[in-house]
Design a protein around this ligand. Structure first.
Ligand code: NAD
Ligand code: TYD
Length: 352
């Protein structure tokens, strides 16, 4: 079996669902269930014996050691993290605790387990660390896209904590020989995305008749990848990635934020037109910029394509349409994640 951490979050849940749709190999899912973790994302697996869920912290060394000894996974995939830049600006502590200290403790527990394995399972074992393009820092308009050999120049508490975790993973390979793989992916979007991030927030706010808050001039650029393409990249790296290597994962799809918001509005105008005939675009509201806001991220994903033959299968047009349709079809999921804690966050971040 494989051990997935953070498998009740956005990308982790999509990964677990996709994995079990394509493989009989069971998944042990360790997730702390923070505000971002949601077992409803995994409802389709409620009676599936191939999915074992454990609520717990990657930083709980004793728990992790016990799980590794009991379930003997052939791989550990680390999705667990605090993941929202704006939250890291308001309160960096949890980011250091989970992304840095938690990753270190997980690496230690996994190292001890890996060292205890017999020769064959030891040679086959992998630790795959899921990271982000944000560790490379910010690009100017004309800079080439990030390649794996770029310096890490993180600018937010979130990206600094992820860069630290990437360094730890590297060090556990070089120092202890742990067979690690690291993926650095661009911005994901798709089903089960918590509505604190740009795309789901815009969909949910638009439908609720609320303002669509665009930070600064809205011309910051991100590369966007449909989440299921990220999942297929991770499966491919796990299967065939060279130990100790980093693989950048991206959609070859750079877009300014305002264009993303316009696209979401246009799709909603088509799929759920407003009764008064006006466009959702009228709800766009430019708000104060995020402090230290990175201007541009862009991923050069040629290494994973060249070495492992991976390419995204969705274009932005097909992926964003599926995403908007998913949110329209799942109003209950949206209502449930908009708990008291969510409302407090919105009030704090947008001074509502
Ligand atoms: P998310 O915030 O939606 O989910 C994180 C999950 O981790 C949640 O289920 C949460 O309960 C769990 N978790 C948090 N702290 C934990 C701990 N100490 N122990 C165990 N579980 C814990 O995040 P996501 O968007 O799904 O991101 C998953 C991973 O992918 C993260 O490592 C993130 O840095 C990385 N990543 C995200 C993106 C993106 O666009 N969302 C892009 C590239 C990389
Ligand atoms: P986000 O989804 O938070 O991802 P990240 O900061 O990790 O890239 O934000 C994506 C972009 O959208 C980023 O440039 C910030 C911007 N943004 C807004 O303009 N308004 C918002 O309300 C949010 C949440 C993000």
């Amino acid at each position: 079996m494989i051990l997935v951490t953070g498998g009740a979050g956005f990308i982790g849940a999509n990964f677990v669902l996709d994995w079990l749709a394509q493989s009989q190999e069971p998944v042990l899912n360790l997730d702390k269930l923070t505000y971002a973790g949601n077992l409803e994302n995994l409802a389709a697996l409620a009676n599936d014996p191939r999915h074992v869920f454990v609520q717990g912290d990657i930083g709980d060394a004793e728990l992790v050691a016990g799980l590794l000894a009991q379930y003997q996974p052939r791989a550990v995939l680390n999705f667990a993290a605090e993941s929202h830049v704006d939250r890291s600006i308001q309160g960096p502590e949890d980011f250091i605790q989970t992304n840095v200290v938690g990753t270190m403790r997980l690496l230690q527990a996994v190292r001890h387990y890996w060292q205890s394995l017999a020769q064959e399972p030891q040679a086959a074992f992998r630790f795959l660390h899921v990271s982000t393009d944000e560790v490379y820092g910010s690009l100017s308009k004309t800079d080439p896209a990030f390649v794996e050999t770029n310096k890490l120049e993180p600018n937010s508490p979130y990206s600094a904590s992820k860069a630290a975790s990437d360094h730890l993973v590297r060090a556990w390979h070089h120092t202890y020989g742990l067979p690690v793989l690291t993926t650095n992916c661009s911005n994901n979007y798709g089903p089960f995305h918590f509505p604190e991030k740009l795309i789901p927030l815009m969909i949910v706010n638009a439908l609720a008749g609320k303002p669509l808050p665009v930070y600064g001039d809205g011309l910051q650029v991100r590369d966007w990848l449909y989440v299921k393409d990220h999942c297929s990249a991770i499966r491919r790296v796990l299967e065939a990635g060279r130990v100790g290597e980093i693989y950048n994962v991206g959609g070859w799809n750079e877009k300014p934020n305002i264009e993303i918001v316009h696209t979401v509005c246009a799709l909603l105008d088509e799929l759920r037109p407003k009764p008064d005939g006006s466009s959702y675009q009228t709800q766009i509201s430019y708000v104060q910029d995020r402090p230290g806001h990175d201007r541009r991220y862009a991923i050069d994903a040629s290494k994973i394509e060249r070495e492992l033959g991976w390419k995204p299968s969705e274009t932005f047009d097909t992926g964003i349409r599926k995403t908007v349709q998913w949110y329209l079809a799942h109003p209950d999921w949206v209502a449930h994640v908009q708990s008291g804690a969510y409302r407090e966050w919105v009030q704090k971040n947008y001074q509502l």
